[in-house]
Design a protein around this ligand. Sequence first.
Ligand code: NAD
Length: 486
Amino acid sequence: MPRFEYAPAPESRSVVDIRSSYGLFIGGEFVESSGDASFKTISPATEEVLADITEATADDVDRAVRSARQAYRGVWGRMSGADRGKYLFRIARIMQERAREFAVLETLDNGKPIKESRDVDIPLAAAHFFYHAGWADKLEYAGLAPAGGRPPRPIGVVGQVIPWNFPLLMLSWKIAPALACGNTVVLKPAETTPLTALLFAEVCQQADLPPGVVNIVTGAGDTGRALVEHPGVDKIAFTGSTEVGKAIARTIAGTRVRATLELGGKAANIVFDDAPVDQAVEGIVNGIFFNQGHVCCAGSRLLVQEPVHDEVIRKLKRRLTTIRVGDPLDKNTDLGAINSAAQLDRIRELSGIAEAEGAVRWSPPCELPSRGFWFPPTVFTGVAQTHRIAQEEVFGPVLSVLTFRTPQEAVAKANNTPYGLSAGVWTDKGSRILWMADQLRAGVVWANTFNKFDPTSPFGGFKESGYGREGGRHGLEGYVTTGDDQ
Ligand code: NAD
């Protein structure tokens, strides 16, 4: 078979207008910080500096929380659900209208392939606003309060801290349900990916959202900590690492502050010997190489039933030779850049340890760009459960392969992790799917598919993957109170 080369198909970046520097979004406008610290956000694919970003101080966070409180008391907390819903619809529509701008900006700042930001991140982010717009005037009928009890009411001011892997999508998972339920928010985006959150601030202005309903403070861990420790915050919604999640839980322990924590994962993707192998291979690839493996629910541990191990690995390797790694703005690219130098170091370190512990490393031949942060798609076979690569979250394009003989062994191995966010099952038998879903300690179990997301479906973890749910009716529970405390 002749091998055809792809012609370059770069998405134009002329659609985005990146300012040289950004202030903080407080009280409906961009304002300056009380301090003078700032940091650069760069394109991880080229290391080009994109913009100078304000590092919010504790005073800035205080200003943002006060502004959110004022908006909650004065406007948003009293507004009818139907009217709140109209604002959410408006935001969703504007996000759709500006989808190309958002997609290019996300790809530039994060390094993910444009086909993913264009086809997954941005449409899903808008879908979260559409979905929650629909809930805003129906909360009384959502079964959130006990029969005969007081109807669900907003909690107040919510502090929200998000990671860098799905910047706009995680923002939507946080802001859409909070606003639908009548809360106001102060959100801190991740320090390596603030740009789409700042563009979202412009969308809030365009939608005429009352000032202070959404406030966006940029910065790193210290800014996040200032938000978590602020006494004026009624609830913290956090997505990020288990380590920081635990620190947040310690900070708010014993206070009246509520929390939902969406943390790390080490999902098992389990392939039985009766699975349709070609489909399973696509699911394995999607499970671990989607978004460079920077996915909390990534199928990073492949468990294959022994009789089909060799066939699955042979087909997987063949498939991986067709993966295109490179310029994230090219519409043919499958695997983009690693989000930061620090993340690349971690992936390299854990991969080196895996080799030293005896796992067998394989990557397809691929040429990596000379600038930026890159890691090839990588598969480790011969992995034992005790290997660190089988235990720790790599958060990169690295798959560990283990084997099993019986369904009981698959369950025992899949559950042998401190995490419990997601799992995948590939089999022809419906009864086995149901049995497995019942046995697996994971918040989401996909059957004969992987990494499917939908705003109507709750998402969240067991064990060290956190608590609380986001999305669906269950996700509303974290943003309302039905007791006498508010
Ligand atoms: P991280 O915990 O280092 O950072 C997440 C956010 O928390 C960032 O905005 C960061 O600035 C902020 N932060 C850091 N220290 C803080 C502190 N002490 N107090 C308050 N905020 C602080 O995580 P990361 O490296 O950005 O993201 C990767 C992690 O996120 C992975 O573990 C991944 O599994 C997890 N994640 C989970 C989900 C989920 O839904 N469960 C989704 C996406 C990512």
